[in-house]
Design a protein around this ligand. Structure first.
Ligand code: NAD
Length: 440
């Protein structure tokens, strides 16, 4: 049987633009209707999506629900609860020289046709959460899932057209050639999640059309552990945050920064925490994910001799399994410290104290997240005041991005712009300034 040729990118964009021009995507009823349909997609096809996420990354059903499907449902529910409120025009005071009868306000206008490009590590959440914002703001959307998570990409390409308005939402699957072809088109916003190298390609392509971009990038997110911290609690939370999705999380603690005495005490605590979380043999844990592909597996195993193995170190290429691994005595310039790890390896780097820890962070690219484990208000305040990062987590990694009322995004090398909740409305709208002066 011959499959019909896929629609050309230019035709997809033209078709969606024609829909946008009719005004169909603007009424709040259309937007909430699409969000409810997307919610139905997620709740009615949960097991298909769980299976796809398991095929791509070995995610357990519970993890798939918590970090992808349920996460997106919560984002939808939060948006449905507050959308009318967020969209309300905001009055602005008018200066006296315009007269007492003049009024002014801002209103949110949808941008038009937006492009969402997603990565492979949370391939459902990171495609759909931006789509939620784009639809809530009244746009038409082209969604480009990651080719490196092929089962999830195929599932979303099959399901989205069955649930959403196909004249306003299109899925384009593919890798570099398909994305390059899409990027040649004029969009009204491009929302890209992935690495900084491709982020630069996206921004260059966007510049041709003066298209604004949101770049959700990554980098090395440090975790500072203070000498006063309860190390069993710290270890349990570091392990839960680092080894979720086998470390393939943009906001995972990339490395631990602490003083030598605390490092020595933290090592056994981390060994206990890994065993408590994944058992004596994590290879047998159904809750532990796999590395996305052989290329990343080989890259990661190549980093294992950057330090002394405290726990883990085992691997099985045929299963793309890499044990939750902690490395100690890691030099600041060791290979594992030269790139974002994006896998289940946690190096411990030591510095003499707080001043040097802050310098260590500030000597490097601005991270997407910074975590501080300390009982001291002074220490917490110093990190807040003296460092710059996309987000700052005191005492708990990853969790800040589940707070729907916080913006999620990076700064500097970790990205530009942000989203989630009302911040998605800001991202996917133009805030139009309006002045009204009666003629009479
Ligand atoms: P990836 O390889 O899936 O690439 C992301 C997207 O870019 C894909 O859709 C891919 O098709 C497209 N792409 C790849 N090469 C391209 C090219 N030459 N031209 C145009 N498009 C291209 O994912 P990745 O980049 O490996 O993702 C991992 C990175 O993403 C890490 O750095 C991680 O920290 C970061 N990340 C950031 C966030 C965040 O929210 N800030 C979330 C997840 C991942």
């Amino acid at each position: 049987m011959n499959h019909p040729a896929p629609e050309r990118p230019a035709d997809v964009v033209a078709r969606l633009r024609a829909t946008f021009r009719t005004g169909r995507t603007k009424p709040v009823e259309w937007r909430t209707g699409q969000l409810r349909r997307l919610r139905a997609l997620l709740t009615e096809n949960g097991s298909d999506l769980e299976a796809a996420l398991h095929a791509d990354l070995g995610k357990s059903a519970a993890e798939a629900q918590r970090t992808e499907i349920g996460f997106t449902v919560r984002e939808i529910d939060h948006t449905l609860d507050h959308l009318a409120d967020w969209l309300r025009p905001e009055p602005a005071p008018v200066p006296a020289h315009l007269g007492a009868d003049a009024t002014a306000w801002t209103q949110y206008d949808p941008l038009g046709v937006v492009l969402v490009i997603a990565p492979w590590n949370y391939p459902a959440q990171l495609l759909l959460a931006p789509v939620v914002g784009a639809l809530a703001a009244g746009n038409a959307v082209v969604a480009k899932p990651s080719e490196l998570a092929p089962a999830t990409s195929a599932a979303l390409a099959r399901l989205l057209p069955r649930y959403l308005d196909t004249d306003a939402v299109a899925v384009v699957e593919g890798g570099v050639p398909e994305t390059t072809a899409l990027l040649a088109e004029r969009f009204d916003h491009i929302f890209y999640t992935g690495n900084g190298t491709v982020g630069r390609i996206v921004m260059r392509a966007a510049a041709e059309h003066l298209t604004p971009v949101t770049l959700e990038l990554g980098g090395k997110s440090p975790a500072f552990v203070d000498r006063d911290a309860d190390l069993d609690t710290v270890a349990a939370r570091l392990v839960a945050g680092k080894f979720l999705n086998a470390g393939q999380t943009c906001v995972a603690p990339d490395y631990v920064l602490t003083d030598p005495e605390t490092a020595a005490a933290l090592e056994p605590a981390l060994v206990r925490a890994v065993e408590a979380q994944y058992g004596a043999d994590p290879a047998r844990s159904t809750e532990y994910a796999r590395i996305v592909n052989e290329r990343h597996f080989d890259r990661l195993t190549g980093l294992l001799d950057s330090g002394r193995v405290v726990v883990g170190g085992g691997s099985d290429r045929s299963r793309k399994y890499l044990a939750p691994t902690v490395l100690a005595d890691v030099a600041p310039d060791a290979p594992v410290m030269r790139e974002e790890i994006f896998g289940p390896i946690l190096p411990i780097v030591t510095v003499p104290g707080l001043d040097e820890a802050i310098d260590f962070v500030n000597d490097r690219d601005k991270p997407l997240a910074l975590y501080v484990f300390s009982e001291s208000d002074g220490t917490r305040e110093r990190f807040a005041a003296e460092t710059s990062s996309g987000g700052l987590g005191h005492g708990l990694p990853l969790a800040h991005l589940t707070v729907s009322d916080l913006p999620f995004g990076g700064v500097g090398e970790s990205g530009m712009g942000n989203y989630h909740g009302r911040y998605s409305i800001e991202t996917f709208s133009h805030r139009k300034a309006v002045l009204k002066k009666p003629l009479g």
